[in-house]
Structure formats: structure tokens, C-alpha cells
Design a protein around this ligand. Structure first.
Ligand code: GLN
Length: 238
């Protein structure tokens, strides 16, 4: 965490990457950090502004193909996300944001260079994946099942240098088998919803990574847990 003990959160490119309420991830992180007594600075950095290097957690959201390709181009030129991740910052990326932190992705029929922060490539699937998404999260992360909403045309193939975030139980995710990916403090998912509102324990994982705290004071997550159960039961019954 930054020297003045303020947790710095950066929402990267709200003007390009913000579909399906993904900005909610910033609000949830800020709320859950403040509820633990942490001082929080939440910054939104537009795509015509430089990305600061000194933040603790960076957030990327989803987007249409055009804005996604432009965001990747500008982030590659900017270079700050690479430096921040090298310096130990955490990064959470959703859908288009997830695809563009891989090595390459397909958008508008063309292949684009990604940031290479995760060892994965994304291409186009046979059909659009739209609907509920759920999965059992990598047991090393110690989290309850992931639930979310997905809407993407891409499919993602993981290389050996990253791990799947979850094993798919409902929906498509990366390729109908695995969903999302993580390595170190970099984590990507196809889950919108926004993901951290539907999976607050995932938000706490990012806060633990950023603060170096093994355990955070528990919050009342009864409402979130009921929502998770309701969604899992609804898809099981469908
Ligand atoms: N444009 C990407 C795709 O369709 C990402 C979509 C999204 O972010 N929802 O695969």
C-alpha cells in the first residue's frame, strides 16, 4: 500500500471500458475498504489521461470491440499498467478488459496485441455467450463459487503461465470448461454483474493482496450470499 497508508484504487478508462455496470466494482472495493477503516482514494482515469503508476488496485471493465481495441492500443503506449504490476500492484479485469491483458485478442475480425500481463489469447467463438455464469473457484484462493452474467463473443485459451480462476458449472466463461485466469496479483474474469457486487469475497481477496493483510474483519455478506444461492438455484432449476 502507498506510503501515506491510503488505499489507491484506479478505474481505468471509464470512457471506453464500462459496460454492464462494471464501475460497481470500484464502488464495492471502496466501500469494503472503508468499512475496514482504510482511507481510500478512488480515481477514474480517462483514456486521454496518463495512468498513474503508484496505485494499489487497478480495475478494467468490459467494452465493445472498437473501444476494447482502442483501450489496448492506448494502454500499450502508456506502459503504466506493466510497471505497476511489476511493482506489485493488483489488477482486476472483466471481459474486454480481461481479454486485452492477455497476449492477443480478436476484435472486429482482426487480431490485436494485448498487454501480455496474463499468458492467454482470445479468439472468436462459434456464437455469443450470453447469460448466467457460475463456477467453482481455484481452491488455492479459498473463495465461494463465482456467479455472474456473461456477454461476449470471444473465447479465451490459457497458456501454462497462468491458472484458471474457476471451473465452469454454468455458462461458457473461457471455453465452457474454465473461466477467468489469475497469476500473482493479476486476475481476470468474464463475470459482469458487476463481479465484485455479486462476489464480494473476490473483492476482499484483492484488498488482502493490496494491503498484505492475511485476514480482513468480516462484514455482513448475508444479502450477497442469499443472492448467490438464489442465482445458483435458479440456473439449477432451469
Ligand atoms: N468485445 C468482447 C467480446 O465480445 C468483450 C465483450 C464485453 O466486454 N462484454 O468478446
Amino acid at each position: 500500500m502507498s506510503s501515506e497508508s491510503t488505499l489507491r484504487l484506479v478505474w481505468v478508462y471509464p470512457d471506453l471500458l464500462s459496460t454492464y455496470g462494471d464501475r460497481g466494482n470500484l464502488l464495492i472495493l471502496a466501500h469494503r475498504a472503508a468499512a475496514r477503516g482504510l482511507a481510500v482514494e478512488a480515481i477514474e482515469v480517462r483514456s486521454d489521461e496518463p495512468v498513474p503508476v503508484s496505485a494499489d488496485i487497478y480495475l478494467l471493465g468490459g467494452g465493445e470491440d472498437g473501444p476494447q481495441a482502442l483501450a489496448a492500443q492506448r494502454l500499450l503506449a502508456d506502459g503504466a499498467l506493466h510497471r505497476a504490476v511489476e511493482n506489485g500492484s493488483a489488477l482486476f479485469a472483466v471481459c474486454a478488459g480481461y481479454q486485452l491483458i492477455g497476449r492477443s485478442f480478436t476484435a472486429k475480425g482482426a487480431q490485436h496485441e494485448g498487454l501480455g500481463l496474463l499468458d492467454l489469447v482470445s479468439d472468436r467463438g462459434p456464437s455469443r455467450a450470453v447469460g448466467e455464469l457460475a463456477g467453482a473457484i481455484d481452491s488455492r484462493l479459498g473463495l465461494p463459487p463465482l456467479t455472474g452474467f456473461e456477454n461476449h463473443g470471444g473465447r479465451t485459451h490459457l497458456g501454462p503461465e497462468c491458472s484458471a480462476l474457476a471451473t465452469v458449472t454454468v455458462g461458457v466463461g473461457n471455453d465452457e470448461v474454465s473461466e477467468g485466469a489469475w497469476r500473482g496479483k493479476v486476475l481476470g474474469t468474464y463475470a459482469h454483474g458487476p463481479a465484485l457486487a455479486r462476489n464480494p469475497q473476490l473483492g476482499d481477496l484483492l484488498l488482502r493482496w493490496a494491503t498484505g493483510t492475511a485476514q480482513l474483519r468480516p462484514l455482513d455478506d448475508g444479502w450477497h450470499d442469499r443472492l448467490r444461492q438464489e442465482r445458483l438455484s435458479a440456473v439449477a432449476a432451469a
